[in-house]
Design a protein around this ligand. Structure first.
Ligand code: S3P
Length: 440
């Protein structure tokens, strides 16, 4: 498969879903592991790194800057360059589809001695970057993007960064992490206040690499200073597990065991939301003592009911709403999602993409600027545009499970950005998804 391949999924209804699945590495944690190991002094070994296009984007950018990374047999050995050992790259950095890579790396590149240009694919080139540009400029960075606030980003190297106190205008872990990384290079303590709790993988991992970081209520403080290498294991991605959590709930008789899933409480609200809807989800074995808690999750078929999703859970389940709304289509009554305007600026406008897709399958949906109302009903077959968004493609593959006819999902190539092997894994459990490839 290459970037020119056009891939559609045809997902057919099934009547049996059972078995165990080891969930691939967490995407957010994989990015951070590559970043911190590259910036640390010494050699780090990362086990269980996600081998996906987005993680590779981060990996390649560090390789471009001279970091030696050997990636074999599920273990990445990263010889860190130290905070000041990265080398200039004489081309533009290419971040593909990965918002996390470009936003987190901007915080680091803003502090380097060399200039850089940051680019990405069509979807990433439409996403808002002004949210990182403004505070980095306030820190003294010479960083600019195009007039409409999107890529490419240009950074003039050789600037010294000032520590700032910054109130995040949006609940975004990417923005928070960008500024925490820039804070490692600042002249004092950088303080970031977040409006709502967002995933805290950066804070946890910074501590593992010997960084000095502290949380007081909604404010995080980071001190500048060097990092020391460490070895770590990446847990399975709850965002990938979420597809099978919903699959298990909507397929009569289903019984699934999802192994090795990260259940960090700033990340795993999809479990709470689906449980509120009546989902039978059991934490079978958990290790809460690890830097990132992990568990095996058992999911069984359970009739679902619609709920009003509590707004404080939105940032900590932000990537799971495409598949949560599929669960809503199968639930009795209305599910109301609000306070989720960030979904409009993900890999696609996920409010529009989900609503259009569900309507194509015969479900009643009303959209608002910050969410939608889904009325559960009979899910029919039909054709869906994923808009090149991996999570839309996977969510609608799951929607087919108990539909009245097959669902064709267009433009699924980007499933490789977060979950290579999704179709094979789903089919091993009993799904019936076929891949149609047209090389163009
Ligand atoms: C991510 C944070 C989230 C999420 C993205 C990964 C991260 O974005 O949607 O997939 O790894 O920090 P925002 O923090 O911008 O909401």
């Amino acid at each position: 498969m290459n970037a020119e391949s056009k891939i559609d999924f045809i997902a057919s209804p099934i009547n049996r879903l059972a078995g165990e699945l080891r969930i691939p590495g967490d995407k957010s944690i994989s990015h951070r592991a590559i970043i911190f190991a590259s910036l640390a002094e010494g050699t780090s070994r990362i086990t269980g790194l996600l081998n996906s296009e987005d993680a590779k984007a981060t990996l390649n950018v560090f390789r471009n800057m001279g970091v030696e990374i050997i990636y074999e047999d599920d273990i990445a050995t990263i010889h860190g360059a130290g905070l000041y050992g990265l080398k200039a790259f004489d081309e533009a950095f290419y971040f593909g589809n990965s918002g996390t890579s470009v936003r987190l790396l901007a915080g680091i590149l803003a502090a380097q001695s060399f200039d850089s240009t940051l680019t990405g694919d069509g979807s990433l080139s439409r996403r808002p970057m002004q949210r990182i540009i403004a505070p980095l400029q306030e820190m003294g960075a010479e960083i600019f993007c195009s007039e409409d606030g999107t890529l490419p980003i240009f950074i003039k190297g050789g600037q010294s960064l000032k520590a700032i106190n910054y109130k995040l205008p949006v609940a975004s872990a990417q923005l928070k992490s960008c500024l925490l990384l820039a804070g490692l290079y600042a002249d004092g303590i950088t303080r970031i206040n977040e409006p709502q709790i967002t995933r805290d993988h950066t804070e946890r991992m910074l501590t593992q690499f010997g960084g000095l970081i502290n949380r007081n209520d909604m404010t995080i403080e980071v001190q500048p200073g060097s990092l020391k290498s460490t070895d770590l294991t990446v847990p399975g991605d709850i965002s990938s597990a979420a597809f099978f959590i919903v699959a298990g709930c909507i397929c009569p008789g289903a019984d699934l065991l999802l192994l090795n899933v990260g259940i960090n409480p700033t990340r795993a609200a999809v479990i709470d939301i689906i449980r509120m809807m009546g989902g039978d989800i059991e934490i079978v074995r958990s290790d809460e003592t690890a830097a990132e808690p992990v568990a095996d999750i058992r999911v069984r078929y359970s009739p679902l009911k619609g709920i009003a999703i509590p707004e404080q859970l939105v940032p900590i389940a932000i990537d799971e709403f495409p598949v949560v709304m599929v669960a809503a289509a199968y639930a009795k009554g209305e599910t109301i999602l609000s306070g989720a305007e960030e979904l409009r600026v993900k890999e696609s406008d996920r409010i529009e993409a989900v609503a259009t897709g569900l309507k194509n399958l015969g479900i009643e949906v009303h959209t608002q600027s910050d969410g939608m109302v889904v009325r559960g009903g009979e899910v029919k077959g039909g054709e869906i545009n994923s808009y090149g968004d991996h999570r839309i493609a996977m969510a609608f593959s799951i929607a087919a499970i108990n539909a009245t006819a097959p669902v064709t999902i267009r433009d699924c190539f980007n499933v490789n950005t977060s979950f290579p092997g999704f179709v094979e894994s789903a089919n091993e459990l009993g799904c019936n998804i076929s891949i149609k490839t047209d090389n163009v």
